[in-house]
Design a protein around this ligand. Structure first.
Ligand SMILES: [Zn+2]
Length: 492
């Protein structure tokens, strides 16, 4: 009898020990890719051009896939208003007001019932906060805030609460990760480095349009991002190129000089006739051997890096960039990982392909395909980096998330037969882009409230799975705030 009891106690302790061990978090490195404005249909378009099949991009074979709702407070409030419901309040959220799976569907969907299309495309009355978009959809600022702070925000807000009479900064996952895990932080984007998506990871502002302020002040987004001193920051907005009539300016010469002379950094920028792919690699190697951080500043007239054009040459789909003086996203990702992986405590890397959104606003199919290619090759570069043996970075301590902040343009492929490997729709520009042969159709130039895809590889999938349908019962939908929730829960 006694033996038996002792046995059970030992057995019980043993089971408990295993449980405790299993509950220990292993996640050390976080890599987040955001295809700005990328809907499922844009992935299919790029995949068809480069492979002839619908789902052959790098992330399509990741072990986890689900859908994400992206609405912001403005979207929510417009729906609340027309339904006579209460406006958004943090303590009482009706998620189906922000996005209705009953009308919009349970996944990011290509099929087009008229009811669904109207739900996404009908404009709402401008009763809530005038002069914002009439389109019921988030912008990149509020979406990034949701993903990086776990809090819904109003359109334009950069990790900042601006509602319920309470104006205050919201703590981001990068700030928590640096404080708690002592990990390194890296940010890359193909658009200006202080554009909404990267901005929301390490700065706070009521408006995404506060791109920069005087060099000795703190309000500007660029000012805050430079002051944060991330271990890696690479993007566009170089003031020497970002100029011309009617062009939006992202950075002052004073701030450029501040970046250039930042202590502890290797600084690399766009150079006449020099290949940026090579230069960024050399700079990263230098930063690595000298134990320094890395700033990379590139850009063009509009502030972004490159338009990337798909071309079909000798039976092979390839791409061409505007200028070799600006790097591809994959070059930046490899450079960043080389620097960030030096930190034994781990790293958090955000890589944004922002031109998918810019091309979609123009309804430019060609540039959109090139931008998705840029993201695909960058994700594949990151996968190979983690796969590499003989270092302490592998899939048991690293998570790779590929998602989008919102959909854009409601593009639909109308004739799949005509869009095979290497073929593009015929497009011409007369104010906007037109598709005379109707291979594809664009329904809007704006963002939509459609669900976006999320693909995950590595450590931490379980938490995402547990969070499915929490706000949308009977579905597998995640809300964008749950990207923050899940990652925080998995951090060790
Ligand atoms: Zn946009």
């Amino acid at each position: 009898m006694r033996m038996k009891a002792t046995f059970f106690i030992i057995y019980f302790l043993f089971v408990l020990l295993i449980k405790v061990n299993a509950a220990e978090n292993n996640l050390k490195n976080i890599i987040i890719f955001i295809g700005d404005g990328m809907h499922k249909e844009h992935q299919i378009a790029a995949s068809r051009f480069f492979t002839g099949k619908d789902e052959e991009l790098t992330w399509h074979n990741f072990p986890y896939r689900s859908s994400v709702s992206t609405w912001d407070i403005n979207t929510y409030n417009r729906y609340a208003y027309i339904k006579g419901d209460k406006l958004y309040s943090k303590d009482n959220i009706d998620y189906s007001l922000g996005y209705s799976p009953l009308i919009g569907g349970k996944t990011a969907n290509s099929s087009e019932s008229l009811k669904r299309r109207n739900y996404f495309l009908n404009k709402l009355p401008l009763v809530y906060k005038e002069n914002l978009y009439k389109i019921p959809a988030t912008d990149s600022a509020a979406a990034a805030t949701a993903m990086f702070t776990g809090q819904k925000a109003e359109t334009k807000a950069i990790s900042f609460q601006t509602y319920n009479g309470e104006n205050k900064p919201l703590k981001t996952i990068a700030e928590i990760f640096r404080e708690k895990n002592k990990g390194s932080i890296g940010l890359i984007t193909t658009v200006p480095f202080n554009h909404a998506t990267p901005a929301a990871l390490i700065s706070h502002s009521e408006s995404r349009n506060n791109y920069y302020s005087a060099v000795d002040t703190k309000e500007g987004i660029a000012n805050q991002m430079i002051a944060f001193q991330p271990e890696v920051l690479i993007g566009g907005g170089h003031p020497a190129y970002n100029k011309g009539w009617g062009v939006k300016k992202y950075l002052s010469n004073d701030l450029y000089n501040l970046m250039k002379n930042s202590k502890g950094y290797i600084f690399i920028d766009r150079q006449n006739k020099l290949d940026a792919s090579q230069n960024i690699k050399t700079a990263a190697d230098q930063a690595k051997t000298m134990n320094k951080k890395l700033f990379g500043l590139f850009g063009s007239k509009k502030g972004h890096l490159n338009n990337i054009k798909p071309v079909y040459k000798d039976g092979t789909p390839i791409v061409k960039r505007d200028s070799k003086e600006n790097p591809y996203l994959k070059d930046c990702v490899l450079a960043a990982l080389n620097v960030l992986s030096q930190n034994k405590n781990g790293f958090l890397l955000l890589a944004e392909q922002g031109d998918i959104d810019w091309a979609n606003h123009e309804n430019n199919y060609k540039h959109m395909i090139g931008a998705v290619w840029d993201m695909d090759t960058a994700v594949s570069t990151a996968v190979k980096f983690v796969d590499k043996p003989d270092d302490d970075i592998d899939w048991t301590n690293t998570i790779l998330v590929v998602t989008s902040d919102h959909a854009n343009s409601y593009m639909r492929i109308k004739n799949k037969e005509k869009l095979k490997k290497g073929t593009l729709p015929r497009q011409f520009k007369l104010f906007n882009y037109h598709y005379p042969l109707r291979e594809v159709k664009y329904y809007t130039h704006a963002h939509t409230n459609e669900l976006v895809d999320i693909y995950i590889k590595g450590q931490g999938i379980d938490t995402f799975r547990e969070n499915e349908g929490k706000y949308y019962p009977g579905t597998r939908i995640l809300d964008n705030t749950q990207i923050f929730d899940s990652l925080i829960n998995e951090l060790r």
